[in-house]
Design a binder for this molecule. Structure first.
Ligand SMILES: [Cu+2]
Length: 373
């Protein structure tokens, strides 16, 4: 199945058998890190671009293979991206760390395959123009680091993902994807519109969130780790596109359970909201909708070609987009994939709009609570 890992695995087992003249359980060779969750906090977003001059941006990414909960009671063998800052490696998350650069920037990606891993990996960023989107020069075995440098040529939201072993489907199905935002020179619009009050003109800042959708095909057993009870990729289910779960941000409950991040997407009445959305797939497109909201703008590509006043937006697997809207009416709003049986399988989350002033009866009356769904 995986040429690289079988070779690596076989090499190690041979050394153990011939060197020690004893059968050493291979499970002792590879330790897998047990983490509680890979769920991504939707507010973990790099600061917006405020400059106009291109610069060099360096991003250190570390690939980890970990055991974490995918759905209640289901431990899954995830592969994912973490960011290293000031020599500290952050958590491995799904989606991976959001990367934010500007059109014209020179971007340096230092990609490390953690030495505890068993798989070869690489990175393909759809913001890159060149062979493999970077995958052609970033193939790394566990313990290796390689560097990719590219120029961010086109503004837009793009997915990045692993394409290791020439089998991106497998690596994406294990959770290896994230979003890179290439902002226009000067940055994305900081305010949707200007308002005036008695002190003069004020800008309404966007409250920004980061969501990654993916679907999961699982079977009992963890390759290379026979001592661990858990689940890994079921390739037959993946081939026939019959997923067990869908997630927003790496766990079926990530954005709908207050004990994870279910209360994290919170804004005030009148706030502007911007959502960076990536769909890893690997197979299935998202039909993203927020029940009770209309997207003022939705731009899968250049912000100037935004689609306006859209309600359900299709984000293909292997793609990303930006959504903007004004939170005019207080309440609890359900985020869904509007292929609605997927909600039952985990594709849901909440946006909370706090009442910050008088209820806007001219927009919605009477005053309401809950989602009605
Ligand atoms: Cu990979």
């Amino acid at each position: 199945m995986c040429k690289g890992k079988n070779f690596f695995y076989g090499l190690l087992s041979g050394v153990l058998l011939s060197g020690a003249m004893a059968i050493v359980p291979l499970k002792s060779v590879f330790a897998v890190e047990m983490v509680g969750t890979v769920a991504k906090n939707p507010t973990e977003i790099p600061p917006p671009i405020t400059r106009s001059c291109p610069t060099k941006v360096t991003v250190d990414l570390v690939i980890k293979e970990v055991m974490a909960e995918l759905a209640p009671g289901k431990q899954f063998w995830f592969w994912g991206f973490a960011e290293k800052k000031d020599d500290v490696v952050g958590p491995c998350t799904v989606p991976g760390p959001m990367i934010r650069v500007m059109e014209g920037d020179t971007v340096v990606i230092n990609l490390t395959n953690d030495s505890n891993n068993v798989e070869p990996h690489n990175i393909d960023l759809h913001a890159v123009i060149g062979p493999g989107g970077g995958a052609a020069v970033t193939n790394i075995e566990p313990g290796e680091t390689k560097t990719l440098q590219f120029k961010a040529m086109r503004t837009g939201a793009y997915i990045y993902h692993c394409a290791g072993e020439g089998m991106p489907w497998e690596h994406v199905a294990y959770g290896m994807y994230g979003l890179i935002m290439v902002e226009p020179r000067g940055g994305l619009k900081k305010a949707y519109r200007e308002l005036t009050n008695h002190k003069g003109t004020v800008e309404k800042e966007f409250k920004e969130f980061y969501i990654g959708q993916g679907e999961w095909y699982i079977k009992p057993g963890v390759e290379h780790h026979p001592d661990i009870e858990g689940y890994s990729l079921d390739e037959d289910k993946a081939m026939s596109e019959h997923p067990d779960y869908f997630t927003f941000n790496g766990h079926t409950k990530a954005l709908n359970d207050p004990s994870i991040f279910g209360n994290t997407m919170m804004v005030n009445q009148g706030d502007m909201v911007r959502i960076f959305f990536v769909n890893g797939g690997p197979n299935i497109g998202s039909n993203f909708h927020i029940i009770g909201q209309i997207f003022d703008k939705f731009y899968p590509g250049h912000y100037r070609s935004a689609i306006r006043n859209e309600e359900t937006a299709y984000i293909p697997p292997g793609s990303a987009a930006v959504f903007e809207f004004e939170a005019l009416v207080p309440g609890q709003y359900l985020l869904v994939d509007h292929a609605l049986f997927r909600v039952v399988k985990g594709a849901s989350g909440f946006l909370h709009v706090n009442k910050a002033k008088k209820w806007p009866h001219h927009i919605y009356s009477p005053e309401a609570t809950g989602t009605g769904h």
